[in-house]
Design a protein around this ligand. Sequence first.
Ligand SMILES: CC(C)(COP(=O)(O)OP(=O)(O)OC[C@H]1O[C@@H](n2cnc3c(N)ncnc32)[C@H](O)[C@@H]1OP(=O)(O)O)[C@@H](O)C(=O)NCCC(=O)NCCS
Length: 215
Amino acid sequence: MSSDNTQDSVSSATRSYLIMKAESKEALKLAEEWWSEKEIPSYVKISTLNMDDIEEFVDLYNRCFLASPDPFCPLTSEEALKLDTEGIFIAKLAGKMAGFIACFVEKKTESIYGEITGIGVLPNRRRKGVATALIKRATQYFLDSGAEEVYCEVYEENIPSQMLIMTYGFKEAGRREVPLQPSSTSKSGFDLPGGKIMRRLGLRPRTGCETCRDI
Ligand SMILES: CC(C)(COP(=O)(O)OP(=O)(O)OC[C@H]1O[C@@H](n2cnc3c(N)ncnc32)[C@H](O)[C@@H]1OP(=O)(O)O)[C@@H](O)C(=O)NCCC(=O)NCCS
């Protein structure tokens, strides 16, 4: 999780994801404070994703990202069935899915850290604290898993997402450049556009694809 790229070295043929980092405890505290200051609808319920609800999740994921500046490749039911649902939390309003957050805990030899690999809220449910509720649940999950630090990547043009996570103590720790035209020879997937949830599934936004966007 380091970066040696400066703004000057970013070529016009690339775009960047900002690598953002926060202390899990700090993010949880800030998310809790938001809740104590605001009236959050008591019918916002957070639960883990159940595979029986995968069709509703696919619809939710695609609707969230259609209304986002991020490079995007729609999720299909087939791909969603490959997801490990551990760490994927759903926000429901009145029994219907309104948002999700996908979390992974990376255990390395010398460190353990959390990653938010995707977050989205339906356009008509935004600015009501749904993402805050999901971040609150995610940071609790990271702390329970022993991850004191949490990372996420935010597309440089995604200002709402940057505003959201900066509210919860995330600061820029590096950048990941992606080529405008992803290489078909990429093995690691590191240079692919798209958040990690997409990269883990091998979903590649690509030029000329009718269903992909913004690449
Ligand atoms: C980013 C996103 C998840 C925010 O969800 P949300 O439920 O609207 O966020 P919240 O209501 O919890 O917002 C909490 C705080 O974050 C900040 N914030 C959230 N959205 C913001 C925006 N569009 N502009 C400015 N600040 C924003 C504000 O400080 C807000 O508190 P306030 O409403 O009291 O001002 C949502 O806009 C979204 O789904 N975007 C599309 C998907 C996406 O881009 N995901 C990120 C990439 S993985």
